[in-house]
Design a protein around this ligand. Structure first.
Ligand SMILES: Nc1ncnc2c1ncn2[C@@H]1O[C@H](COP(=O)(O)OP(=O)(O)OP(=O)(O)O)[C@@H](O)[C@H]1O
Ligand SMILES: [Mg+2]
Length: 403
């Protein structure tokens, strides 16, 4: 009974002359057989389905996709399709999100076992959070882990300017996805699933939302449905409810940022202390920001013929990312230096500020607070005054008066 689903789908595909479907379910059946040690049987099945081709069959070849669906008006493809290999994608999440993702993957892998125990699974996850935190990357990661092709709906071509065509496009996309096991990913879901209170396109939006709901409901559990949005509050509540898992990805915490710097600096390592400081200073940035920061620093290193990045360059990139156009290292006026230092005074010491502004520590110190002395000296003087206050109060006060 373990293989009944695959066998019935293979027969269905054969009866309907749907070669792609046959091949896809044969591959799925073969994978299951291999998992229980029936490698010879699995290979025979694959070979038979390939018309006894003697050559070795790769998974990607076996599951060659049917032609991508297109918008009937513009002829633009409604979807992209990608095979992602494990190792090609690394996603760094906080611990609780990571655990949720792992659980989701584990449940899908154990779908048959769960179904046999009369507890169905609804393999769908809605991923939401600000731009650049890794939502699309996570969809790729899940597809890679599940060893399924990732079919991503292209919102630009799905949304047609022709009345009624968007709903039709959605149907075409879902039909395409249903032809074989895959991960169907609706990226930027908010663009097709806006709240019904948009006055401009009310009728059309209603049709689109209804169509989306119907298509989701008609999915079989061989299709893993993922969706991502930056604006989850714009989603129709009925669409929101359709997803059994909802995962919010926020800005990376300090630990995740440290991992991201290590990941994206790659071979161009910085030392551990500097990486910790990069992570401290890069509060409020996203994974996409950190990737860009690292790439920019690596580009500079390459052009300078170095094999490590200059920490100062990374600090500068992080500051530029956080302050945007306000970051100006050419102007060492007090307000400018102050706004940079306020990003993280612990990381941005006088020494670092001096290097960033190509100035000297005493100058930076004077700019920041005209009466203050640079870090080290200030401490020394403070200690001296404490000591002298205890031992020679009179002498100190008299010296003060004379100066
Ligand atoms: N958490 C993360 N772990 C690893 N890489 C990340 C992470 N977040 C972002 N990145 C990097 O930034 C790039 C952009 O991220 P991605 O496109 O997945 O973000 P997104 O949340 O989908 O953004 P948007 O809402 O703009 O579509 C990715 O290709 C990846 O290299
Ligand atoms: Mg995205």
């Amino acid at each position: 009974m373990d293989y009944l689903l695959e066998m019935s789908r293979i027969i269905d595909g054969a009866v309907k002359g749907d070669r792609a479907k046959v091949l896809a379910y044969v591959e799925q059946l073969a994978r299951k057989l291999r998992e229980v040690g029936e490698t010879a049987a699995a290979n025979r099945l694959v070979k038979t389905s390939q018309g006894n081709k003697a050559s070795e069959v790769s998974t990607a070849e076996t599951m060659a996709s049917p032609r991508l669906p297109v918008d009937s008006e513009s002829r633009l493809a409604l979807a992209d399709e990608e095979w992602v290999s494990i190792g090609d994608v690394v996603i760094i999440l906080d611990r609780s999100s990571q655990m949720k993702v792992e659980e989701f993957i584990r449940y899908i892998k154990a779908a048959d076992q769960l179904l046999a125990s009369q507890v169905g699974i609804a393999p769908s996850m809605l991923i939401y959070g600000p731009p650049g935190v890794g939502k699309t990357e996570l969809a790729r990661y899940i597809a890679a882990e599940l060893k399924l092709p990732l079919v991503t709906g292209r919102s630009d071509s799905l949304i047609s300017s022709f009345l009624g065509s968007t709903a039709k496009n959605l149907r075409t996309l879902f039909e395409h996805a249903k032809s074989r096991p895959c991960v169907l990913f609706l990226d930027e879901l908010d663009s097709v699933a806006k709240l019904r209170d948009d006055q401009h396109e009310l009728g059309e939006l209603k049709r689109v939302v209804v169509s989306l709901l119907q298509n989701i409901d008609a999915l079989n559990n061989q299709i893993v449905l993922l969706a991502a949005t930056n604006h989850h509050h714009l989603l129709d509540p009925a669409v929101w409810r359709r997803f059994s898992y909802k995962l919010e990805i926020g800005l990376p915490d300090i630990e995740a940022r440290e991992h991201l710097f290590k990941l994206y600096l790659n071979g161009y390592k910085a030392n551990a202390k500097d990486i910790k400081d990069f992570a401290l200073l890069s509060e409020q940035t996203t994974g996409a920001d950190i990737r860009q920061i690292c790439e920019s620093a690596i580009r500079a290193a390459v052009l300078e013929g170095r094999d490590t990045v200059m920490p100062l360059r990374v600090f500068r990139e992080i500051i530029a990312c956080r302050l945007g156009s306000k970051a100006d290292f050419t102007k060492d006026d007090p307000r400018n230096i102050e706004s940079v230092r306020n990003l993280n005074p612990r990381v941005l010491t006088l020494k670092r500020l001096a290097a960033l502004f190509q100035s000297s520590e005493p100058t930076i110190s004077r700019r920041l607070s005209p009466g203050e002395k640079p870090d080290g000296k200030r401490k020394k003087i403070a200690n001296q005054s404490r000591n002298s206050a205890g031992s020679r109060p009179k002498a100190r006060s008299s010296r003060r008066r004379t100066s």
